[in-house]
Design a protein around this ligand. Sequence first.
Ligand code: ADP
Ligand code: MG
Length: 447
Amino acid sequence: MSQRIVNILKKKVSKKTWDHWFSTFEVKEVGEDVVVFSVGNLFIKDWLQTKYGGVISKAILEATGKQFPFEIVFKDTSEVKTVTKVEPKGSLIRKKPLMISNLNPEYTFDNFVVGKENKALYEVAKEVSSNPGRYNPFFIYGIPGLGKTHVLQSVAQLTMDLHPEKKVLYITSEQFMNGMIDAIKSNTMTQFREMYRRKADILLIDDIQFLIGKKGVQNEFFHTFNELHDAGKQLVICSDRDPIELNDFHNRLISRFQMGMVMEVHPPEANTRYQIAKKMAMQESVKLPDDVAKVLADNIDGNLRRLKGAIIKLIVQSSIYNEEIDLTLTDQILKSFHYAGGRLVPPPTPAEQLYKAIEGATGIAKAEINGTSRTKEIVLARQVFMYVLKQSYGRSVTEIANITDRKHSTVIHSIKKIEKSLLMRNESTRSFVNKIIEAVSAKSAVG
Ligand code: ADP
Ligand code: MG
């Protein structure tokens, strides 16, 4: 069955599209009422959902005879997993299992552009990889999008290269918390503690501010920290704020964070942004012209994810329409980012656009769509909202459930309702759906 879906899909798109976008696309699971695909790249995942959602739905229908909803997931699992690192050539070191979780292969020191703002951070981070335990803990903080996760994972990867015998554990504090909750539920706290406190030689924990307001998890982490630290194991911690501003963290934990090396990551200056833009494009195998990189660096500051977003957009646009990556195209892309307070921010999300379109067409507002009213018109608007998000934007059932704050099964049911209605050639549903789709496409064409 899985192969059939893939074969049909392959016939529906050009070879170029297939090679370009579907090279890592696989059927992960054909479930009772949902098909799950996996891809090896987060960006491609979103792109496939947005752009090829319709074709994928059709292929499923043809292969199975049923209109299953589908989801695309990123192939790397979020759980902690044990892998065996491939031995470097000629090395006599035995293969040892390492624990890694979700490391992005692109987040390495080689791919990190060092401007003078972050030279010290870069040097210390490398030193931590070479000499684990020297700066302990190593605490990195700064506002989002400045490369903290990139540095943290670079430390993890370099440590694995330099010390293949060391067990490296990278985790977000959210994963730490979820692991702890699962362990409590399944009565396996002993194993949970064993894993963090005994098995890791270097523990890297991202976004520790997530634990604000979660006293129980903070407490567990405090003990983990102490055991590892006492045993001379390296800890590397990232946060969006200075340790002292981790309000509600216990003082004893904050003072632990401060006892090693605390460093702030600084926003890159224009010239560094220029180099970063070039590097980001190189990672997608594209050489960015100098003038384009300069315009991007001059116009997009702050969060580097926006810079990355603009570059990806440029690359996609140029490959789809066979256009040069030049200043004209760059200008277009920059315009499609709306200005807000002098800074560039991404355009409204599809969900926001849809709320607007529905309100324009029916007067039914966002609050009513997400509310609990069972009035016929509102129920219909709600179902159409979910249907269009799925069909036109390829949003997954899980995402829609989150957006509308409804159960998975309710979302599936709502979407099926509209599908059925369209299948039965219900004229008023059809024209309603079309009207909404037209309204949002007109908006995005302008934007
Ligand atoms: P944070 O964790 O601080 O929110 P990330 O590490 O996710 O930020 O960085 C955002 C994006 O910017 C990533 O794609 C990252 O690779 C890139 N990036 C950040 N700093 C640099 C740098 N100095 N050189 C190259 N890329 C960078
Ligand atoms: Mg981060």
